[in-house]
Ligand binder design. Structure first.
Ligand SMILES: [Cu+2]
Length: 113
């Protein structure tokens, strides 16, 4: 099980769980979905609570990423049909983009629990 914990100064603490490797962890939050289609993140801005997770799903033929602008978290490359689930432990706001198509932008707002 790949489990990486990254803590950003003023940004987010994120536990990254790759979907394929996701097992039987004690996850108590809610999982939200951001779909990548037609070279857009839908919804482009998502608000969740600390402890929730976001599953990024690529429905395009082209590969995409969801990469936090300062590198705090990253889905890494998602091919067509692939998904990656990231858990956001701490409140904060972060902007992200696609590393392959930098005009694709999104925002994650994490409110306190
Ligand atoms: Cu892209």
């Amino acid at each position: 099980m790949l489990r990486i914990r990254k803590i950003g100064g003023a940004l987010l603490g994120a536990i990254i769980l790759l979907t394929a490797a996701c097992g039987n962890g004690a996850f108590a939050g809610e999982t939200h979905q951001v779909v990548i289609e037609r070279f857009e993140f839908v919804p482009a801005t998502i608000t969740i609570r600390a402890g929730d997770a976001i599953e990024f799903v690529n429905r395009d033929i082209a590969p995409h990423t969801a990469t936090e602008v300062e590198g705090e978290w990253d889905t890494t490359e998602l091919a067509k049909g692939q998904a990656s689930r990231l858990e956001f432990a701490a409140a904060g706001t972060s902007d992200y983009f696609c590393a392959f198509h930098p005009h694709m932008k999104g925002k994650v707002i994490v409110t306190p629990q």
